[in-house]
Design a protein around this ligand. Structure first.
Ligand code: URA
Length: 211
C-alpha cells in the first residue's frame, strides 16, 4: 500500500477551519469541496492517459486524454458524498458509482446497505472517497469489493486518518502497489467511541446534520 499525506499550506489551512467546532454546515461543506480539489489533484497523478491528435488554431499537435475505460469515483455514503463535487470539479468526465456503508456502532464493523456499481471493474482505476479513516473497516471492505471485481487500482482519498486505521489497512493490503491512500493529515488516535482525536467530529453529521 502506498500512503501519501499531502503536505501543503492550503490543505493545512482549510483543514484547521474544518476542525473548528463552531464552523457551520454550509461552510463545512464548502471547505470539504475545496480541500477535495487539492487532494484530488495529487491523487490523480498516476491517472491513465492516451495520446490524442488535435489541431490548435495555429497547427496540428499531440495532446492527451483520459484513457478508456474512464476512471470511476466511488463516494462512500453518506459522508463521502460531500467530497464528490470537489472530485467532479477536476475530473468531470469520470463515472460515479456509489457504495453505502455504515459502521455498526458497537462492533465498528462495516455494513453495506447500498451498492450502485458495475459488477465488472476490469481495467478501471477507482477512487474511493471517505473523509474519515478511523478503524479502517469501511475502507478495507470497499477496497476489497473493488479489487474483487477486477479494479486495476484503487486510490482512497480521506481527509483525516487515525494511526490505528492506517495500520489495519496496511496489515490487510500488505505491499501491493495497486492500493494508495491519500490523506490531508494523520491524527493522534481513536477514542473509545471510535472517533478520531482531535479529528473534526462526525463528518456526516457536520455535512448533512444529525438525521
Ligand atoms: N467517522 C467520523 O465521522 N468521525 C470520526 O472521528 C470517525 C469516524
Amino acid at each position: 500500500m502506498r500512503l501519501q499525506v499531502i503536505d501543503h499550506p492550503l490543505v493545512a489551512h482549510k483543514l484547521t477551519a474544518l476542525r473548528r467546532k463552531e464552523t457551520p454546515s454550509p461552510v463545512f461543506r464548502q471547505l470539504v469541496e475545496e480541500l477535495m480539489t487539492l487532494l484530488a489533484y495529487e491523487a490523480t497523478r498516476d491517472i491513465d492517459v492516451e495520446p490524442l491528435e488535435i489541431e490548435t488554431p495555429v497547427a496540428k499537435t499531440t495532446g492527451t486524454a483520459l484513457s478508456n475505460p474512464l476512471p470511476i469515483v466511488v463516494p462512500i455514503l453518506r459522508a463521502g458524498l460531500g467530497m464528490l463535487s470537489g472530485m467532479e470539479r477536476i475530473m468531470p468526465t469520470a463515472e460515479v458509482g456509489f457504495l453505502g456503508m455504515k459502521r455498526d456502532e458497537e462492533t465498528f464493523e462495516a455494513v453495506t446497505y447500498a451498492n450502485r456499481l458495475p459488477d465488472d471493474l476490469s481495467n478501471r482505476q477507482c477512487f474511493v472517497l471517505d473523509p474519515m479513516l478511523a478503524t479502517g473497516h469501511t475502507l478495507i471492505a470497499s477496497i476489497d469489493y473493488l479489487l474483487e471485481r477486477g479494479a486495476k487500482d484503487v486510490t482512497a482519498i480521506c481527509l483525516l486518518g487515525a494511526p490505528e486505521g492506517i495500520k489495519a489497512l496496511e496489515d490487510h493490503v500488505g505491499d501491493r502497489a495497486d492500493v494508495t491512500v491519500v490523506l490531508a493529515a494523520v491524527d493522534e488516535r481513536l477514542n473509545e467511541k471510535g472517533y478520531i482525536v482531535p479529528g473534526l467530529g462526525d463528518a456526516g453529521d457536520r455535512l448533512y446534520g444529525v438525521v
